[in-house]
Design a protein around this ligand. Sequence first.
Ligand SMILES: NC(=O)c1ccc[n+]([C@@H]2O[C@H](COP(=O)([O-])OP(=O)(O)OC[C@H]3O[C@@H](n4cnc5c(N)ncnc54)[C@H](OP(=O)(O)O)[C@@H]3O)[C@@H](O)[C@H]2O)c1
Length: 261
Amino acid sequence: MKLAIVGAGKMGSAVLTGALKAGVLSPQDVGIYHPIENRRQQLADHFQVNPLNDDDIHHAERVLIAVKPQSFDDVAPLIAQRSASYISLMAGVPATTIARRVGSNRVVRAMPNLGARVGLSATALASLPQATSEDVGVAEQLFGAVGTVYHIPERLFDAFTGLAGSGPAFAAIFAEALADGGVSVGFNRKTARDLARQVMLATAELLTEDEPADIKDEVSSAGGTAISGLVALERHGLRYAAIQAIKDASARAAELSQEDK
Ligand SMILES: NC(=O)c1ccc[n+]([C@@H]2O[C@H](COP(=O)([O-])OP(=O)(O)OC[C@H]3O[C@@H](n4cnc5c(N)ncnc54)[C@H](OP(=O)(O)O)[C@@H]3O)[C@@H](O)[C@H]2O)c1
């Protein structure tokens, strides 16, 4: 599979690294574009792929757009080509906007999350009807190399961003709060952090087999310690806060998508 990458930052690099490691991409078939020559050579050397100049990227047949949405204005005229195929992972930029700017309707939109860095992304995919099954298949392979792919209607991308995109931040502050709780009952910071991390890791692994409610019930014996803690979480509205966080994050994603149109 030949692929030109525009924007090898945090997310572009994570996808490229995962796809090279999984053998989905071969280094000789990948090119990286950056407007600054030194930087493009540096990136190409780092990933052992080809550096692409303005002319190369203009003729690329399959392009992964992984720049920030605000850089898309600079990039669009350079990559625009009627017959090319595009995969975008820019948050908040609708597939039709991309199609209009690049002059091709062969657009697949992806929304990965930070889990891509460790091969555990939840990635949403949606495509315009003109994208071929090969175009969609390529995106499935790329993002399948860094986690799990979910085909989701594009109208739910903002909701997906609220839950799966922002979710790692919510889970991380819960881990931090567990560690703070550990410090408040007498552990030093390092031990408290280690314990909180281990609890999160074990729970994530258990969740691959069991439903959340089953794990909760298994830990909570009658009149025991876990149920006392759960009562405290309910009293302080943890569930409500989590639900509201997803709703607010989704609403904010929708607002940003509107600004971007
Ligand atoms: N990070 C996430 O968790 C995440 C999740 C989902 C979606 N996304 C989306 O992924 C995209 C990239 O985000 P990121 O976090 O990876 O940002 P990032 O680390 O800043 O990456 C953007 C990269 O684009 C490069 N760049 C800027 N202008 C360019 C141009 N004209 N041509 C070629 N390359 C150019 C930058 O290079 P220099 O810095 O060297 O200029 C930088 O390496 C965004 O659209 C974001 O919405 C990110």
